[in-house]
Design a protein around this ligand. Structure first.
Ligand SMILES: Cc1cc2nc3c(=O)[nH]c(=O)nc-3n(C[C@H](O)[C@H](O)[C@H](O)COP(=O)(O)OP(=O)(O)OC[C@H]3O[C@@H](n4cnc5c(N)ncnc54)[C@H](O)[C@@H]3O)c2cc1C
Length: 517
């Protein structure tokens, strides 16, 4: 029985990082894998926008937790260096505040960051920063195995896996506190509270509603950031090529219209073209909200657990540019803060409008640590957080123009002038993200991590429909390139464990310490 299933056919719907990882691992284990992707190329949110004849990375730009891909590639007999050129970044991000000449660089070297904070704020604040780092380190170490690597953590399994030490770390943090409040206990300088509060947005969440545990996102970045030669898009391309080498049949421009069941079990898919492909298993890598909304057919609506916190995560308003920059020493990653941080999240999550004055993240992707710019125009990507309502409301031209001009004014207030001709700027709005990622409404990170139980509300790799598995940023362990890659690994491991299982349930452990029951 198990052998027959082993030679079974798998369809992976979606070539985002989660789908690419699942497809590669399943093909490497000898399954017959077809990867269906609606777009013309792999990557999903890892995407390039063509501006003025150059490709501008317009999705993820911060590459962290490389161990996730390192371990996965080791499983398929290769390594990151064989398929990509990575360079560690020493300036994690340069932070500027409107109207202030002072800037703060956060560095990969913690001691040097502390020196920078001592100069920027005070020696006492630098000591508090080091205390913060100790706590986030302990938190990350406590949660990596029982949460990030675990197939389906719940409160009980976490308590038993954390052990006494881990529980002490968690309770020291005040697990019911919000990230914002907890940061207020660490830092006295509001600018540092704002800087570290911003890490909640990496999960598409507000620092006022996110739990204190999201501090560990800061640790992820402090553990190292890399730039990918040729752009992040190369990560997706390289994994797609590797998958094909291992036997994945990739079909781009092939939207899946319906997941088909027979006798209550997955039996295949119907494409938008009407073509039917049979399969024994389907891994779905789109936003799980698409399933519950019935976009993949009525039969698979119940596949993902109903959310206990239905709030969608942040969307974004982005500018992909080929522009000239002057007046501010840009490095690769830059953040421009405005003073009223709370108002930004009230605008988005309560008033459901583009922020009147949003924080701007800017990636100067032709620059490395030296900050040296190429001559002439350079590739620039700007991101402002936005409400995830791209399926229910379109922002009108005046609201978009107001958001864009307040963002440019904020950067100007920090000294930066950007100059570009109209054909050198491409705008992407929540309604565009909603179209690209069906069911999401433009939310880029699945459901928001709001409230301390929200981390347990994400569906796991094993769906409620037999034969249907889930992978991607809307699934456990959550959004971000490495986490979505991890979800792809978990989906593949769960599917393989199912195939390997005999009548009695047993625990399967795969390399890297990941386990599924
Ligand atoms: C602007 C932006 C900036 C970001 N910045 C960072 C960052 O700096 N660092 C970081 O780590 N993360 C970042 N992220 C988040 C990260 O990109 C995502 O969490 C991750 O890439 C999501 O991967 P995924 O596996 O969920 O697949 P997705 O990227 O969501 O891709 C899903 C794919 O499925 C396809 N699909 C969906 N439905 C169907 C269907 N019915 N038929 C066929 N195909 C279908 C879609 O076309 C898409 O290609 C950012 C995201 C965005 C958008």
């Amino acid at each position: 029985m198990a052998e027959a299933l082993r030679t079974g056919r798998v369809i992976v719907v979606g070539a985002g990082i989660g789908g690419l990882c699942s497809a590669l691992l399943l093909a490497q284990r000898g399954l017959d894998v077809t990867l269906l992707e609606a777009a013309d190329s792999p990557g999903g949110k890892i995407r390039q926008v063509q501006v003025d004849g150059v490709g501008v990375d317009s999705g993820p730009t911060v590459f962290t937790m490389r161990w996730v891909l390192d371990q996965m590639l080791a499983e398929v007999g290769t390594c990151l260096e064989d398929i990509l050129t990575l360079e560690p970044i020493s300036v994690l991000a340069r932070h500027a505040w409107a109207g202030q000449t002072q800037r703060l660089d956060l560095l990969s070297d913690t001691a040097r960051s502390a020196d920078a904070i001592a100069e920027f704020s005070s020696p006492a604040e630098a000591r508090r920063f080091l205390g913060f780092c100790r706590q986030t380190r302990a938190l990350y170490d406590a949660l990596e195995k029982p949460y990030i690597r675990s197939e389906r953590p719940n409160l009980l399994s976490m308590v038993s896996d954390l052990g006494l030490g881990g529980m002490a770390t968690l309770s020291g943090l005040g697990p019911f506190a919000s990230l914002w409040r907890s940061l207020g206990r660490h830092f006295h300088d509001p600018r540092l509270q704002q800087l570290f509060g911003r890490y909640a947005t990496y999960c598409g969440s507000s620092p006022w509603s996110a739990p204190a545990t999201l501090m560990l996102v800061a640790q992820v970045e402090l553990d190292g950031v890399w730039s990918v030669s040729g752009g992040m898009f190369r990560v997706a391309k390289a994994l797609a090529t590797l998958g094909e080498k291992h036997g994945v049949t990739a079909r781009y421009g092939s939207a899946c219209h319906q997941i088909l069941l027979h006798g209550g079990r997955v039996s295949g898919v119907r494409l938008a073209s009407g073509e039917v492909l049979e399969a024994d298993h389907v891994v779905f890598n789109g936003d799980v909200a698409a399933l519950s909304l019935g976009l993949l057919g009525e039969a698979v609506r119940p596949a993902a657990r109903a959310p206990s916190t239905p709030q969608r995560s942040l969307s974004a308003f982005t500018l992909s540019m080929h522009a000239s920059a002057s007046g501010f020493p840009l490095v690769r990653h830059n953040v421009f803060f405005q003073p009223d941080y709370r108002r930004e999240f009230d605008d988005i999550f309560q008033h459901r409008r583009l922020p009147r004055q949003g924080t701007v993240y800017l990636c100067a992707q032709d620059r490395q640590d030296s900050g040296l710019a190429p001559p002439g125009a350079e590739r620039i990507f700007c991101l402002v957080n936005a409400p995830p309502d791209g399926d229910t409301s379109s922002f009108d031209a005046s609201e978009i123009a107001a958001c864009e001009s307040s963002s440019l004014a904020l950067m100007r207030h920090c000294g930066l002038e950007l100059q570009a001709m109209p054909h050198q700027v491409v705008r992407t709005l929540p309604q565009d993200f909603a179209r690209l990622f069906p069911g999401s409404g433009g939310a880029l990170y699945g459901r928001a991590t709001h409230g301390w139980m929200s981390a347990f509300a994400r569906p796991s790799a094993r769906s409620k429909v037999p034969g249907l598995y889930l992978a991607g940023g809307s699934v456990h362990p959550g959004p971000g390139l490495p986490m979505a890659a991890m979800s792809g690994r978990l989906a593949a491991a769960t599917l393989m464990a199912h195939l390997d299982s005999t009548s009695r349930s047993r625990r399967v452990v795969i390399s890297g310490g990941m386990s599924t029951r």
